[in-house]
Design a protein around this ligand. Sequence first.
Ligand SMILES: CC(C)(COP(=O)(O)OP(=O)(O)OC[C@H]1O[C@@H](n2cnc3c(N)ncnc32)[C@H](O)[C@@H]1OP(=O)(O)O)[C@@H](O)C(=O)NCCC(=O)NCCS
Length: 151
Amino acid sequence: MPQLKVKFISGNECVDLRHRILRPGQPIENCIYAGDHSVNSFHIGIVNSDNKIVCNGTFVQEAHKEFPQAALAYRLRGMATDTEFQKHGLGRMVIEAAEAELKKRNCDLLWFNGRTSAEGFYKKLGYTSFENVFDIPLAGPHKIMYKWFTD
Ligand SMILES: CC(C)(COP(=O)(O)OP(=O)(O)OC[C@H]1O[C@@H](n2cnc3c(N)ncnc32)[C@H](O)[C@@H]1OP(=O)(O)O)[C@@H](O)C(=O)NCCC(=O)NCCS
């Protein structure tokens, strides 16, 4: 799509899209995540020609007990594309930009609790899912999903 820019944004700038797309009707506090302002976290957004953020994802340094062998693990949170921009390749752009940054940081694993409704999106980007489905209150069914960056 024309006039779109991929860039680093702040955690505060991610809150609106998280609220509208991932947690509509919930208190705004539910859309502010632990780690949003941690020194090792980063946030990638896509800005349109009206300077509005239309897709974003947050990447937080965080280990997971299922991956004890990871030397430097990051967790993806708050992945969302504005409704009218979905299925135009923006989510892919955010994940690809994040993967380039994670590799620069020598991160060897990206994991997250992915919504089962978005599993096809992550699979297209090379992510693997655990079999087990678990419920996150107010957010629905999820699976642990991940990708290793080791060669
Ligand atoms: C899931 C989401 C982030 C994907 O973003 P997007 O900008 O629409 O994704 P893209 O257009 O870059 O999609 C890349 C590919 O995945 C496919 N895809 C996108 N969403 C999909 C889904 N939910 N299920 C299956 N495939 C999907 C696209 O068709 C595209 O396929 P292609 O490369 O063959 O054309 C977006 O749909 C969204 O915000 N959904 C609601 C919130 C949500 O569920 N977030 C994830 C929380 S874990």
